[in-house]
Design a protein around this ligand. Sequence first.
Ligand code: HXC
Ligand code: NAP
Length: 281
Amino acid sequence: MTTEQTSVFRPGLFDGQVALITGGGSGIGRGIADLLASLGAHVVLASRKLERVEAAAAEIVATGGKASARAVDVRDTNLVRTMVTEVSASLGRIDLLVNNAAGNFYAPSETLSENAWKSVIEIDLYGTFFCSQAVLPVMKAQGGGSIVNISMTLHYRGWPLMAHATAAKAGIDALTKTLSLEWAKYRVRMNSVAPGPIPTEGVRKAFTPPPSADGVVDVFAIEKAMDGYAKTMIPLQRWGAPADIANMVAFLASPGGAWITGATMVVDGGEWLAKPPAPTR
Ligand code: HXC
Ligand code: NAP
């Protein structure tokens, strides 16, 4: 696997370990799955679209990794508990949970429907809590484990048109601190990674502008909007890649992260520190 050739981690670092990654079939989750699998973990990819996670798992297996797929909607506690029970029964353990699944879109809060608000809060915040709570008994029984939540940086100063997502991710950061304290006695560590902008397909879809008055969707608008951004707005002058986030997740899950819990690691090329204040109108 290509990640192994360039990886800073030793081959076989996660041999014998099981990593459950929500939203593992696309974007950042897929990047995390590729790296962990290349380092020996059995990765379980879980999301709503079974065909998507099955295809991703098959690609990982085809390159010599160990992977399987599960259908789950992280908003549904019954589905989440069933998934965790089945994974621990079939693979014997769960060493790492990555709460990566999320939903997001730009929308003005003035007109955001109740269901739109609920959808994002439930996928991001409830989903993170439900999955974490469900894996806890498994991790307790095996003597410990690691949970990594994927957060963001936009709530550090507020971000117009993202009331739902910023509220959810702020909640995730709070959970990271509180649950890390509650669960340390079980040797279960919880940390977060806050990515900067990474142009995944999910982001492109979420932020493609709505059709103009004549009904035309400008599919290149996001590229135009992105043009020049990395050079001017990101101090390290490039977009992030899923591998940037995967490296931090792997470090946190490795023995190198053994004394880290309750932390949020920002991986964003310096973007949020350098950002000018958000527009107020
Ligand atoms: C306003 C919207 C909307 C939009 C959906 N809704 N899109 N409202 N503006 N653009 C409303 C719908 O009208 C509906 O409300 C409610 O949200 C639920 O929509 P459904 O499509 O029925 O929900 P569901 O099928 O559950 O899908 C959830 C979703 C969807 C969040 C709406 O976008 C999704 O599945 N997203 C997953 C992928 C994703 O978002 N990836 C991006 C992650 S990127 P009503 O009232 O009509 O019923 C990310 C990066 C952030 O997080 C940082 C970037 C720099
Ligand atoms: P993405 O590819 O759209 O990832 C979202 C994943 O979540 C998809 O695989 C989706 O799969 C899954 N998902 C959505 N709703 C779900 C549900 N209810 N149950 C189970 N799975 C669900 O986008 P991404 O950019 O890689 O984002 C990954 C993570 O990084 C998210 O937490 C996001 O908020 C965070 N993040 C991204 C950026 C960025 O710039 N890309 C920046 C900051 C933070 P299904 O559709 O099959 O369910």
